[in-house]
Design a protein around this ligand. Structure first.
Ligand SMILES: Cc1cc2nc3c(=O)[nH]c(=O)nc-3n(C[C@H](O)[C@H](O)[C@H](O)COP(=O)(O)OP(=O)(O)OC[C@H]3O[C@@H](n4cnc5c(N)ncnc54)[C@H](O)[C@@H]3O)c2cc1C
Length: 367
């Protein structure tokens, strides 16, 4: 292992290598502290060329690589196993936005760019990058693409898969697959980038991506709706889609037990209604036109639903502070669950079943 580490150090330099067990520990533990691993080293390359060299050396010595972005995943897939022989390949130093092309509505960003920084850069260029999730201050675009993250605007803009036009990937051989294209009407051959999106790093390391940008919304309306059951939420969804079409950007179902956890662990949150209900929907409409049009639309749809008694209560945010307070009820759920404690005993990763199905199941339960 000694000469392997020296080879890696020669590629990434001292700033790109962590070998002390105490410093490795946070990278070898998942966000909810349910999965505890060990690693021979954490390698933090600063360029695509360095990633390629590191992967080549690992392929030569058959060292297992665990790619990692912001380490906010909730399935343990960015955590090394307990053997201490794997390396964590952390992409966070690759955090350069290579280009924002406002005319083409695209942005080319390195894998380690934090999602919130990309949203900000798009906004500064008068554009909108719609991927949004509660972990956006820490998760990174390479991780978002590798998990095919959904987030809260998935109904309108799709998963991360739909937001990528091109990718740059280091293959398991150490070769660089150059697919950084910004063309929308691209009908040439196989769409190979889709293989790497949602692959959780199993087929290669994403080092950069061309992302789609959209017109910046100028107005929005946020509402919380109380319901008897998830079935009633589906009825509401149909009605809102019919009335609002593409203006519907968020539609999130919350159970009362999730709300209870948030209220318990975050003192600055408040229940949206004086009494409690079994389920709630957090709904967001947005429009590229400014003015109160979307709020009036939300109010009229919800009034109709209240009249026909398909919803039990509804509140439309009257200002930005109220809208943010409503969103906190959704965004704090994962953190509230983390504060509540693991719902399975923390185990070394080698004791867990790491099948795609078990990951998918855990995700489905998480939201
Ligand atoms: C509070 C909170 C809220 C969340 N909300 C949502 C949500 O609404 N929707 C949702 O989908 N997820 C959500 N998540 C889960 C998580 O944030 C996402 O899965 C996110 O996309 C992971 O990004 P990351 O950079 O943290 O990736 P990591 O956790 O570091 O890695 C995730 C996976 O991607 C692989 N990987 C990372 N970077 C690369 C790369 N460059 N190349 C190849 N493989 C790579 C890792 O090996 C691992 O398999 C939430 C998590 C938290 C903590």
């Amino acid at each position: 292992m000694g000469s392997f580490i020296e080879e890696i150090r020669a590629i990434v330099g001292p700033a790109g290598l962590i070998t002390s067990p105490i410093e490795i520990a946070p990278y070898a533990t998942d966000w909810r502290k349910r999965y505890l691993g060990k690693a021979a080293a954490v390698v933090r390359p600063a360029s695509t060329a360095e990633v390629a060299e590191v992967v080549r050396v690992c392929a030569g010595s058959r060292t297992v690589i665990v790619p990692q972005g912001g380490n906010t995943g909730l399935c343990g897939a960015a955590t090394p196993d307990a053997s201490g022989t794997q390396i964590v390949l952390n992409l966070s130093r690759m955090n350069r936005i290579r280009e924002v092309d406002a005319r083409n509505s695209t942005m080319t960003a390195e894998a380690g760019c934090v999602l919130a920084n990309l949203q900000r850069a798009a906004e500064e260029a008068g554009r909108f990058f719609p991927l949004s999730l509660a972990a956006e201050g820490s998760c990174e675009i390479g991780g978002n693409l590798s998990t095919n993250a959904g987030g809260t605007a998935v109904l309108r803009y799709g998963n991360a898969r739909e937001l990528a036009l091109g990718l740059e990937v280091v293959l398991p051989s150490g070769e660089v697959w150059e697919g950084l294209r910004g063309l929308r009407k691209d009908n040439t051959g196989y769409d190979l980038k889709q293989l790497f999106i949602g692959a959780e790093g199993t087929l290669g390391v994403i080092t950069a991506a061309v992302l789609k940008l959209f017109p910046l919304p100028k107005s929005h309306a946020t509402a919380v709706v109380a319901l008897q059951s998830p079935e009633k939420a589906v009825v509401l969804l149909e009605r809102v889609l019919e009335a609002c079409g593409e203006r519907l950007t968020g539609f999130e179902l919350l159970s009362d037990s999730c709300l209870s956890l948030v209220l318990k662990h975050f003192r600055d949150t408040a229940a949206p209604f004086p009494r409690r209900f079994p389920h709630y929907v957090l709904m967001e409409l947005s429009d590229t036109q400014s003015g109160g049009g979307v709020r009036a639309l939300a109010e009229s749809v919800l009034e109709a639903s209240l009249e026909e008694k398909s919803v039990l209560d509804a509140a439309v945010a009257q200002n930005e502070t109220q809208a943010q307070a409503f969103w906190k009820l959704r965004e704090f759920i994962s953190e509230a669950q983390a504060h509540e404690g693991p719902n399975t005993r923390a185990l070394p990763i080698s004791f867990r079943r790491r099948t795609r199905n078990s990951h998918a199941l855990m995700r489905a339960r998480a939201w």
